[in-house]
Design a protein around this ligand. Structure first.
Ligand code: WT7
Length: 695
């Protein structure tokens, strides 16, 4: 239960963080912020000087148009300047900064005890080798390479090798299906795919190569130019005898129980990957022949760096395009300030590299700063729910970045698995992906961080490239559930339905008024769709699609996606707000709220709740939950329907798919594409147990 005074309380940065902090006070933040938005050229120009440029920009530092009524939307930072992002992440750190022997990554495998570390110098050599492999396969500047790999070092190597030769990577999360992979390969015309034989996520075996093959068959049938597939022998790496492959073999001793399960399932599920000698080549064979030197391709600051697909309201994924120069500055700078990066840090971002968080804050941002990171292959609950904290202790992690969904999952299992571990190395905690409800925020703060670590609740999007609204750990007083204040260069505004800017305390559409270096430049091959999606509704602004409230202190509170908003009797409500109220009840583990048509109110609330172990769904519990929401938000928010859900349909990144829940609520079986769901099986159950009549 969150007490009202706790909700209103400001959590101030701890004094011990201040002496070394990059931004040690709110006043300091405000000075830097002012300069960043009033003199963006000077502010980002100074930051650009810390990087290596082969040649300086020729035209203006920033040129853009945000107004569809005045012509084409475009954003150009430092056009004409040439650089290479891989050179800046690796060569510059090894040669100029003398960080060659510093650990770039501690790789922690799915099985405890399975780990490898890699220094900046080793990473540089491997990236050069793979860049040469890509060259030898005919990949050139501007070509697209699809990467479909689990969380292994080869994923980082492959993406940086693309960046080194100026090819665009399109990373597809290894939890996606063959259909999703195929769509993404076709959409941007990839000429090569990098994948792996197989891997384990917890105790679940994923035969990745088999899924990739299925995708390639589909691509071929649809005329794809893809001719080559490079396969990392990951699960089968014990068989590699060639010493030139620097991967360590998996440990001999696995937990007995798991070992048995594995042997059983691997026999059932094709331990040998399917192989087409005309298309497939082994990663380790190619690497063993490749030189460890490779001259980087000098790219324009506005050349494409990568494409990353994100779900759109139409169902078809959108290929978000980021470019070299601005993204580099933005990922590096936001990483440095938001995590208050210090050279001795061990940083751990639990996100998968298949999502933007893993691009910006596991790869590009940390490496640009010469940081040491943990790269974790497994899941938080395997072999037990203390895994995260045992990794924190093993590597003495100082900065830890995860998602509210993971926090709530661990919360469900109570404090004991957390408290079994020391966690005393932790200094800053981060949250990203969705609004974090105050209950989870406080648990993260008190139980995980022992009231010692500030929480940076970072609001941003695939499209923004980096953090937009976020506290700075030693400067910003925090409020549980608020992403607080804008990052450098970010000018937020709140608009009403007519597009008027609201001043002071207000609630409405969150938009941004001027470009920051990390903003996406287009949707790959669909520039018009880019203009309509983000710039058409309110000309002159980048529209996030999120609802937002600004409080009396100027703090921003994301209220959820606009389509998660509902209007009950003329009052705007955010489903996230109602969910947060439900989650404060001791019986509730997860909650999702959708709007439901209502004869007199227009819309009403239909709630799905997953209960904690030891609680039963009953009439009296439903009444308690109703009262809880009513007490917390007001009678207007009283739920009309509360349905018990053993689990909620989610995307593979852990986002609850409210689109599907809306259909279930209205008994509409026309679900559209459900191939990207992690647990489609739950849908049938939820349809069968709908609340048909008002309780
Ligand atoms: C959407 C973007 C940014 C990396 C992961 C998600 C929601 C994200 C927060 C936050 C409230 C958040 C927004 C946003 N979101 N972070 N800290 N507080 N909402 O990337 O898949 O592009 O999703 O996630 O709704 O628009 P994405």
């Amino acid at each position: 239960m969150v007490l009202p005074e706790e909700q209103a309380r400001l959590f101030r940065p701890r004094p011990e963080l201040l002496p070394a902090a990059h931004v040690p006070s709110l006043a300091h933040y405000q000075r830097l912020y002012q300069r960043s938005v009033e003199e963006p050229h000077e502010f980002w120009g100074d930051i650009a000087k810390e990087f290596y440029w082969k040649s300086q920009h020729t035209g203006p530092f920033l040129k853009y148009n945000f107004d569809v009524t005045k012509g084409k939307i475009f954003i150009e930072w430092m056009k004409g300047a040439t650089t290479n992002i891989c050179y800046n992440l690796l060569d510059r750190n090894v040669n100029e900064k003398k960080l060659g022997d510093k650990i770039a990554f501690y790789w922690e495998g799915n099985e405890p005890g399975d780990s490898v570390k890699i220094t900046y110098r080793e990473l540089l050599h491997r990236v050069c080798q793979f860049a040469n492999v890509l060259h030898s396969q005919g990949v050139r500047k501007g070509d697209r390479v699809s990467i479909y790999l689990p969380m292994i070092l080869e994923l980082v190597v492959a993406m940086l090798a693309c960046a080194r030769i100026g090819a665009l990577h399109s990373i597809v999360f290894a939890g996606f299906s063959a259909d999703s992979l195929c769509e993404r390969i076709l959409d941007c015309g990839c000429s090569l795919l990098v994948t792996a034989d197989a891997f384990y996520r917890g105790d679940k075996l994923v035969n990745l190569k088999q899924i990739a093959d299925e995708a390639l068959q589909k691509c071929k049938a649809r005329g794809s130019p893809l001719k080559r597939c490079i396969v990392v022998k990951h699960l089968g790496r014990e068989e590699i005898v060639d010493e030139t492959c620097s991967k360590s073999p998996p440990p001999k001793r696995l937990c007995q129980e798991v070992q048995e399960k594995k042997t059983e399932s691997s026999q059932k599920l094709h331990p040998k990957p399917p192989w087409d000698p005309a298309v497939d080549v082994w990663w380790h064979e190619q690497m063993s022949r490749a030189s460890t030197e490779c001259e980087p391709e000098w790219c324009d600051a506005e050349d494409g760096l990568f494409i990353l697909y994100t779900s759109g309201s139409t169902g078809k994924p959108k290929g978000v395009l980021h470019t070299v120069g601005g993204y580099m500055l933005y990922a590096a700078t936001s990483f440095k300030y938001v995590f208050d990066y210090q050279p001795e840090d061990v940083y751990w971002c639990t996100a998968d590299i298949g999502w933007i968080t893993g691009h910006s804050y596991l790869t590009y941002g940390p490496l640009a700063n010469g940081a040491t990171s943990v790269l974790f292959e497994g899941v938080p609950t395997y072999p037990d729910v203390g895994r995260m904290w045992s990794i924190v202790d093993k590597y003495k992690v100082t900065k830890f970045y995860t998602a509210p969904t993971a926090i709530r999952l661990l919360m469900k299992h109570g404090e004991e698995p957390v408290q079994k571990h020391s966690r005393k190395s932790l200094k800053v905690l981060g949250s990203v992906g969705e609004p974090i409800n105050p209950e989870a925020w406080l648990w993260y703060y008190r139980v995980v961080g022992e009231e010692r670590c500030p929480i940076v609740d970072t609001f941003w999007q695939t499209e923004t490239g980096g953090h937009m609204l976020t506290p700075l750990p030693a400067a910003t007083p925090m409020k549980p559930g608020s992403a607080t204040l804008p990052f450098f260069g970010v000018v937020p505004a709140i608009l009403n339905e007519s597009g008027e800017e609201l001043e002071g305390e207000a609630e409405g559409y969150l938009v941004f008024k001027q470009p920051w270096p990390g903003i996406m430049r287009s949707l790959y091959g669909q520039h018009q769709h880019f203009e309509t999606t983000y710039f058409r509704k309110f000309p002159g602004y980048y529209v996030t699609g999120d609802g937002c409230r600004r409080d009396e202190d100027g703090y921003y509170w994301i209220t959820g996606r606009i389509d998660d908003m509902l209007n009950v009797s003329g009052h705007l409500l955010s489903t996230a707000e109602v969910e947060s109220a439900l989650l404060e009840h001791r019986a509730v583990a997860e909650a999702a709220v959708v709007s439901h048509p209502h004869a007199t109110k227009g819309q009403c609330l239909y709630c799905f709740v997953t209960l904690r172990d030891g609680h039963d769904f009953s009439k009296s519990l439903t009444e308690e939950l109703r009262k809880q929401v009513r007490d917390k938000i007001g009678p207007i928010a009283t739920p009309d329907y509360i349905q018990c859900a053993p689990s909620l349909p989610k995307t593979r990144s852990g986002k609850i798919t409210r689109r599907i829940l809306r259909k279930i609520a209205t008994n509409d079986h026309d679900l559209g594409d459900i191939s990207t769901l992690a647990n489609p099986g739950i849908i049938k159950h939820l349809f069968n147990s709908r609340c048909d009549t008002k309780q």
